[in-house]
Design a binder for this molecule. Structure first.
Ligand SMILES: [Zn+2]
Length: 158
């Protein structure tokens, strides 16, 4: 990565000079000429008293940033919920296919010992129960994902 003169001067001013900065200064006459002035500015800044922040500044900044932080948290939550639903929907065809195969196998086994109508009733009831459980499971995914995102955001911001 090649540094611009402004990046080099900023790095020198802030004390973040490294080998790349030194190499740039060695080859750039503009930056080399600015080094003495930069050292003087840096010394003056180091000698200047550090002002104390006014009382309540932190609370006011937190209050002003609260809407932005909340919007960011909502956006992160929506993203997490979307990813969780996408992952769950990805496996849904396999789950439905396996359930269908199991229902067919159970029906085939039942009609060997029960009348076909009774076997169909038992298997249909079981299939309805499976469908309801699957629907409840998928309906819970956004709720669980949102709770997880909220807990994650609380962990990050504490
Ligand atoms: Zn330069």
């Amino acid at each position: 990565m090649k540094l611009s003169c402004d990046e080099v001067l900023a790095a020198r001013l802030l004390g973040g000079a490294d080998a790349m900065v030194a190499a740039h200064v060695a080859t750039c006459p503009r930056c080399a000429a600015a080094m003495d002035g930069l050292a003087a500015v840096r010394a003056a800044l180091a000698d200047a008293p550090v002002p104390t922040p006014p009382p309540g500044l932190s609370a006011r900044v937190h209050h002003a940033a609260a809407p932005l932080l909340a919007a960011n948290a909502r956006r992160a939550t929506h993203r997490l919920v979307g990813r969780a639903l996408a992952a769950a929907l990805l496996v849904l065809p396999v789950v439905v296919l396996v359930d269908l195969r199991v229902v067919q196998a159970v029906y085939a086994a039942l009609i060997t010992i029960l009348p076909a109508a009774l076997g169909a009733y038992v298997v249909a009831s079981w299939a309805v129960t499976l469908t309801a459980l699957l629907a409840l499971t998928y309906a819970a995914i956004p709720i669980v994902a949102e709770r997880q995102a909220t807990a994650l955001a609380r962990t990050i911001h504490v």
